[in-house]
Design a protein around this ligand. Structure first.
Ligand code: CA
Ligand code: CA
Ligand code: CA
Ligand code: CA
Ligand code: ZN
Length: 418
């Protein structure tokens, strides 16, 4: 499934040379498999939340990891056993040992969450203003990355000396230099906290630890280190720091973490996120158009979203993202082609001129980014001139406009009949 998405992303970049590197084309898929050891321990709601998070985690990591480094072209699989844990909120680690070229890699991994924390984590830990934030995703992504060997396999692969606090794996260090500190000679590693925390996370101020914080009153302290990346994000807030700090927002997956997986034997994408993956969930797709539209409506000043480099985030960037994805207005089913199947898709979704405020996405007919599906989307899509024409060669023609009018009439009829 994911493989198809990646291949599609690569194919559609063919007409647009600024996009995905051609190096990814030849790689076989990396397949992460999850098995559930004790699903009966979780209640129905928790198990569902876990399975949804695990699916998103799989999508993310299969987008990032391309294979094993010693044979990057070969099909590769890795099994993660998911289970309940009762010591702390969540846990994960790698098991067994297999030599692949110059790397000593785990045979399989384990990841788990505490059944008592699943629903709470998925609802912003019940913190004010954070109920909409799914921290279960962060917990599971964190533990799944440990399951792959992050932290636990650093020393056996020559990337870290226990107790040093200095990560020196070449790929991780290069990513740290490029995103955070150009002159760094190591990446700072956590030395506070218990045995499961120290020596296996990027550094932060571990405010709940006896060494760096106050276990009795951690919340008044800051976890931040002052080391920030180009986007102003602190090292202490990465997904792979030693503690989750929900009052400081959603932890972010740093390219540092992704590239560090190279140092323990994984072939990964050249940089995270992939071009067009603006919601940073792994694959570039129409969810990213919806995400960018939300940012444009909110008038963000985060230039991460300034895709056309004009120092502002506007509808012009939305058009640039369509180019990056190889799509065009009207292509609801994201097969890079606007035709009657797209119109069937959106009218089946039945959000055309409905009364629900800002409920529509690209896949349900909002092609101009105002979160509604109405006549302006159809006009925009047909005026683009790409009906039954590939995005790259879309040229408005009189016949298209005529077709537009005919279709528009029939669509209105369709709508009324519903
Ligand atoms: Ca995405
Ligand atoms: Ca812009
Ligand atoms: Ca289509
Ligand atoms: Ca719209
Ligand atoms: Zn951890």
């Amino acid at each position: 499934m994911l493989r198809q998405i990646i291949i599609r992303a690569i194919l559609m970049s063919a007409g647009c040379s600024i996009l995905l590197g051609t190096a990814t084309v030849s790689h076989a898929a990396f397949d992460l498999t999850f098995t559930y050891v004790d699903p009966e321990v979780f209640d129905v709601e928790s198990l569902e939340l876990i399975q949804e998070s695990v699916e998103r985690s799989e999508l993310l990591l299969e987008s990032i990891i391309l294979g094993y480094r010693h044979e990057p072209e070969a099909e590769a699989t890795f099994e993660i056993q998911f289970e309940s844990v009762f010591n702390g909120v969540a846990a994960g680690g790698s098991q067994g040992s297999v030599v692949r070229g110059e790397y000593t890699m785990p045979e399989y991994g384990q990841a788990g969450v505490n059944p008592d924390w699943v629903v709470k984590a998925a609802n912003g830990f019940d913190l004010p203003n954070l109920q909409d934030v799914n921290f279960l995703d962060a917990l599971i992504n964190h533990e799944v990355i440990h399951a792959l060997g992050f932290g636990g396999r650093w020393e056996t692969n020559g990337a870290y000396v226990i107790g040093s606090g200095e990560y020196t794996g070449a790929a991780g260090l290069a990513a740290f230099q490029s995103a955070y500190e150009p002159s760094a000679t190591y990446v700072p590693v956590e030395l506070a906290g218990g045995g499961g925390t120290r020596n296996s996370h990027w550094d932060q101020l571990l405010r709940s630890s006896t060494e760096e914080g106050d276990p009795l009153n951690p919340w008044v302290l800051s976890p931040l280190t002052g080391i920030v990346d180009q986007r102003g994000r602190d090292l202490g807030q990465t997904l792979l720091s030693g503690a989750i700090d929900p009052d400081y927002g959603i932890p972010y997956l740093s390219n540092l973490t992704v590239q560090s997986l190279r140092d323990i034997g994984y072939e990964v994408i050249s940089s995270f996120p992939l071009p067009g993956d603006l919601n940073e969930d792994g694959p570039p797709n129409t969810d990213d158009l919806d995400h960018l539209a939300t940012q444009i409506r909110a008038e963000t000043d985060d230039l991460f979203y300034d895709l056309n480099n004009d120092e502002s985030v506007t509808n012009a960037d939305f058009e640039t993202l369509m180019d990056i994805l190889g799509t065009q207005p009207g292509d609801a089913n994201f097969d890079l082609w606007f035709d009657s199947s797209d119109l069937v898709t959106v009218f089946e979704a039945a959000e055309y001129e409905d009364d629900v405020f800002q409920n529509s996405q690209w896949i349900t007919g909002d092609w101009n980014g105002d979160a509604e599906f109405d006549t302006s989307d159809l006009i925009y899509a047909f005026a683009w001139g790409g009906y039954e024409a590939p995005a790259a060669s879309a040229v408005p023609e009189p016949s298209t406009i005529k077709l537009c009018l005919v279709l528009f009439t029939s669509l209105t009829f369709f709508h009324r009949r519903r």
